[in-house]
Write a protein that binds this ligand. Structure first.
Ligand SMILES: Cc1ncc(COP(=O)(O)O)c(C=O)c1O
Length: 403
């Protein structure tokens, strides 16, 4: 919930923009750092969720590692202070160039997603006179009970290696001289809200798989359980910080850990989602036959989650909250300006009576928001504005924005 002073300052800033609540961000990261130490769990932040340099520099300063999924993410993480030996690199389609650059940097591990990828890494390490650390991503075949586009641990999936290939995999690793097997990697999906139940299941399945590999003679020193902790999109004020406590506790109580074995997790969304809002203005209020539309200046080019996954984001009218204490409410279809019918923020949302020029806040947009923005329709990219640097924000220039 934003204070009036901040909302007043927004009036001078060109919309749309991503607003970062830095207090909440620091609080979230510090909380995770404290739990990581308490439960002896290594945290690698999944930088795909948000690559904003300020955030990454703080996260790396807390001793977290980085989970990357492209060569550029690896280089960016490194430039933001993550030491190479704390960077892991997953992804089903790593190019030769990306593999080579990461190998040269000396990253902690390639989280390999197919047998062929392991053959290529072994071959490239051989050619370059190196030895590459690998971890193998396994499909644990677990239903994460989340959206079908963000579930990744089911048997038939493009990610990871399934059990019919285990023996071939183990045989190859044992005879290869240019790869150093350090552990197993899992990630079953994202936005998991049945935390205790789903992650306990994951741990039990992981225990079985780790036991199988160790019985075949491969030491699994690192067990990486992936990310996936969900956040409260419905009520971000009630739950501004995700339930890391239950997550870490569930892992700690259900994973079998022999001495010397390290446990890793890779949260992305849960670290950053609640720390940012997309701030937009109402351009037009349009009364249809049966509906009222609020047409905003932020669209699917700024945040594609609603159009892509039908994702829900809470939306608030900031200007109306300043105008009236007890407003009259009305149902609106809230839409963006992009020439696509899927550019809809929400249908039939109840909001205080809204007028042209009102400032709107789209909540919980810190994860998978700005990183997925595009310049579709040749729109400008929405910049970052930080709560502790509001005076540095780009000033609205044209007459309407600067009323
Ligand atoms: C391998 C891997 N690790 C971690 C994450 C981060 O997941 P989340 O943002 O849900 O925590 C993802 C997300 O897709 C992933 O693919």
């Amino acid at each position: 919930m934003l204070d009036f002073n901040t909302i007043e300052k927004f009036d001078k800033i060109a919309t749309p923009f991503y607003f970062y609540n830095m207090d909440l961000f620091y609080k979230t990261v510090d909380h995770v750092a404290e739990l990581a130490e308490r439960y002896d769990i290594n945290v690698h932040y999944a930088i795909k969720a948000n690559v904003e340099r300020r955030l990454l520099e703080y996260i790396s300063s807390k001793g977290f590692g980085a989970d990357c999924v492209s060569g550029n993410e690896v280089l960016h993480a490194h430039s933001c202070g993550f030491p190479a030996e704390k960077i892991v690199y997953a992804g089903v389609g790593k190019s030769d160039r990306e593999i080579y650059d990461a190998m040269k940097l000396g990253i902690e591990a390639f989280n390999c997603e197919s047998l062929q990828e392991i053959y290529v890494i072994n071959e490239m390490a051989h050619i370059n006179g190196m030895k590459a650390n690998i971890s193998v991503r396994i499909n644990p075949d677990i239903d994460a009970h989340t959206h079908k586009y963000v579930t990744t641990g089911l048997y038939e999936n493009k990610f990871g290696i399934s059990n019919h290939e285990f023996d071939k995999l183990i045989e190859f690793i044992q005879k290869s001289e240019h790869i150093n097997f350090i552990g197993l990697h899992f990630h079953i999906g994202s936005q998991i809200t049945r935390v205790g139940e789903v992650f306990a299941l994951e741990c039990l399945r992981v225990n079985e798989i780790v036991r199988y590999f160790e019985n075949q003679g491969l030491l699994v020193n690192n067990i990486n359980l992936g990310g996936g902790l969900g956040v409260d999109y419905e009520d971000p004020d009630e739950n501004p910080i995700a339930d890391f406590t239950t997550w870490f506790k569930t892992i700690s109580e259900n994973i079998t850990r022999r001495p010397g074995q390290k446990i890793h997790v890779e949260p992305g969304r849960s670290i950053v989602a609640q720390c940012a809002s997309l701030i937009s203005r109402v351009l037009f209020v349009k009364s249809g036959e049966t509906k009222n539309f609020l047409i905003m200046d932020a669209g699917m080019n700024d945040l594609i989650r609603p159009a892509l996954y039908g994702a829900y984001h809470k939306i608030e009218n900031l200007s109306a909250s300043m105008r009236q204490f007890f407003p009259t409410f009305q149902a609106y279809d809230i839409v963006g300006p992009v020439c696509e019918s899927s550019d809809v923020w929400g249908a039939g949302r109840l909001l205080p009576l809204s007028v042209r020029g009102d400032l709107m806040e789209i909540r919980s947009t810190g994860a998978y928001g700005q990183v997925m923005a595009s310049r579709y329709n040749m729109k400008d990219l929405a910049p970052s504005v930080f709560s502790d640097r509001l005076d540095e924000a780009p000033v609205a220039k044209d007459y309407f924005e600067n009323r």
